[in-house]
Design a protein around this ligand. Structure first.
Ligand code: TXA
Ligand code: MG
Length: 387
C-alpha cells in the first residue's frame, strides 16, 4: 500500500488544508487508517464503531488484540451514545480538562464493538484539543479509535517522521502537523467506580485531578512492575511499552533514595534540590554523574556503543558516550516533549546501552518517570548500591 503523507497547517488551515482533511475523513469513513497529530502524541485512527476497521489497527501496529483502543470525539455531546452513564465525577473532570490530554474509562454502550474495547465492557474516551485532530474527527462524523501511531513496543511518535518510520506502507494516510506539544500520552482515569482511579499518568497530573475530583486512587501498575498473575486495569500497562532497542538503565541518587525508600526519600532529595537550583533537580547529583561516567567507561571498554540521557544542566559533565539532553531539569514540559524522540534517536544510532538520569516524580514528573521506568524494564541503579 502507498502511504500518502501530507503537511497540514495546524494554526491557520487554508482551503487546501481543509480539502486534505476532508480526504482523510473520507478514508476513515470508508474503513481505512489515517495517522494524525494530537496534543499528546500522534494517533493511528480508524472508525471506532466499525469492527473491521478497528481490527486493521491491531494488524498495522502488530498489537495484541486484547489491548483496547481509545475513542476520540470532537464534542462533549458525542460521548452520550458511546457510554451507559456519565458519572458526576466524570462531568467535573470533563468540564475542567476537555478538550485536552485526559482519557476516561466508562461502561460502554451496545454500539461500541468488541474489537475496539478488546472484549471489555468498558470503553476509553478522550476529546483531544489539537485543532487538526478535532477537525478531522468532526468532518468524519464518527468516533475515531486511535492508539499511538507506533509499531507495538516502540516509543510513541511525537513527529510525523516517527510515524513514517513505523507505518509507511501499512496505512492509507499520514497528516503531518509538526511536532506535538506535550509528548507523553494522555492521562487515563477510570470513572466507573465510587473513587476515580488513575491508570496512566499524563499531562493532566495527579495534583490537577485531585483539585477537581477530590480523592483519586492510583492503580498499582502505575508505580511499579506488576506480578505476572496480576491484571492491571489498563491492559496496555502490562506490555513492555516505550521500549528502545538498547538496554536502558535509570540511575538515581543515593542508596536510601527512590522507590525503596518511599516518598520520604524522594521528598528529602527534592528538598535538597530546591536549595540547589530551585527544584526538580532530584536525580542529577554528583553521585549520579560519576556513576553514569564510570558505567559508560566500562561498557565502552567492552566495545559497546553507549548513550547517555541527561539534561541541559548536566550535558557538559559527560566526556564519553553519545550524550543527548532531553531538556531543562527545571522545566518538566521540555523533558516530556523530547523524551520519546531521544529514545528513538538512540535506536537509530544503534546504541547497546543507555544510561539515564532520573527525575522528580511530582506533577508531570510522574508521567515522565512512569514512561522511563517502563522503558528501562524497571532496571534502576541507586548510587552506592549497585553491583
Ligand atoms: O494520548 C493518547 O492517549 C494517545 C493519543 C493518540 O490520543 N493514545 C494512546 O493510545 O496512547 P494507546 O492505545 O497507545 O494507549 C491506550 C491505553 C492502553 O494502555 C489501553 O490498555 C488503555 O488505554 N485502555 C483503553 N481502553 C481501556 C479500557 N476500557 N479500560 C482500561 N484501559 C483501557
Ligand atoms: Mg501506545
Amino acid at each position: 500500500m502507498d502511504t500518502k503523507v501530507v503537511v497540514i497547517d495546524r494554526e491557520k488551515p487554508e482551503a487546501a488544508d481543509i480539502a486534505l482533511l476532508n480526504e482523510a475523513a473520507q478514508v476513515l469513513q470508508s474503513g481505512g487508517l489515517v495517522a494524525f497529530p494530537t496534543e499528546t502524541v500522534y494517533g493511528l485512527g480508524a472508525n471506532g464503531l466499525d469492527d473491521e476497521a478497528a481490527r486493521k489497527i491491531y494488524a498495522a501496529k502488530g498489537r495484541p488484540s486484547d489491548n483496547p483502543l481509545i475513542l476520540h470525539i470532537s464534542a462533549v455531546e458525542e460521548l452520550t451514545p458511546l457510554v451507559r452513564a456519565v458519572p458526576e465525577t466524570a462531568r467535573k473532570l470533563m468540564d475542567a480538562f476537555w478538550p485536552g490530554p485526559l482519557t476516561m474509562i466508562f461502561e460502554k454502550s451496545g454500539i461500541v464493538p468488541d474489537s475496539t474495547t478488546g472484549g471489555l465492557d468498558t470503553v476509553a474516551v478522550r476529546m483531544p484539543s489539537d485543532p487538526i485532530a478535532s477537525r478531522l474527527i468532526a468532518l468524519a462524523g464518527i468516533p475515531v479509535a486511535a492508539p499511538s501511531a507506533n509499531l507495538s513496543g516502540r516509543p510513541s511518535p511525537t513527529t510525523a517522521q516517527h510515524v513514517v518510520e513505523d507505518m509507511s506502507g501499512r496505512i492509507e494516510m499520514i497528516l503531518d502537523g509538526g511536532p506535538v506539544g506535550i509528548g507523553v500520552e494522555s492521562t487515563i482515569v477510570d470513572v466507573t467506580g465510587p473513587v476515580p482511579m488513575l491508570l496512566r499518568p499524563g499531562a493532566v497530573t495527579m495534583e490537577m485531578l485531585r483539585d477537581v475530583a477530590g480523592e483519586v486512587s492510583v492503580d498499582p501498575a502505575v508505580a511499579g512492575p506488576v506480578a505476572a498473575d496480576v491484571k492491571p486495569k489498563a491492559p496496555g500497562m502490562k506490555y513492555r511499552h516505550y521500549a528502545p532497542k538498547a538496554e536502558l538503565v535509570l540511575v538515581e541518587d543515593g542508596g536510601d533514595i527512590g522507590e525503596a525508600a518511599g516518598t520520604d526519600g524522594v521528598r528529602r532529595i527534592e528538598k535538597a534540590a530546591e536549595k540547589a537550583d530551585g527544584g526538580h533537580a532530584s536525580g542529577a547529583g554528583r553521585a549520579v554523574i560519576d556513576t553514569i561516567n564510570r558505567l559508560t567507561e566500562e561498557r565502552l571498554a567492552e566495545g559497546h556503543r553507549v548513550g547517555i540521557l541527561c539534561t541541559d544542566e548536566t550535558k557538559a559533565c559527560y566526556p564519553a558516550g553519545i550524550v543527548r539532553s532531553v531538556g531543562l531539569r527545571t522545566s518538566q514540559e521540555t523533558i516530556a516533549r523530547s523524551l520519546f524522540a531521544v529514545l528513538r534517536e538512540f535506536d537509530s544510532l544503534g546504541v547497546d546501552y543507555i544510561y539515564s538520569e532520573s527525575f522528580a516524580r511530582d506533577h508531570l514528573g510522574q508521567a515522565i518517570m512512569n514512561r522511563l521506568t517502563k522503558a528501562a524494564g524497571y532496571r534502576v541503579i541507586r548510587c552506592g548500591e549497585e553491583r
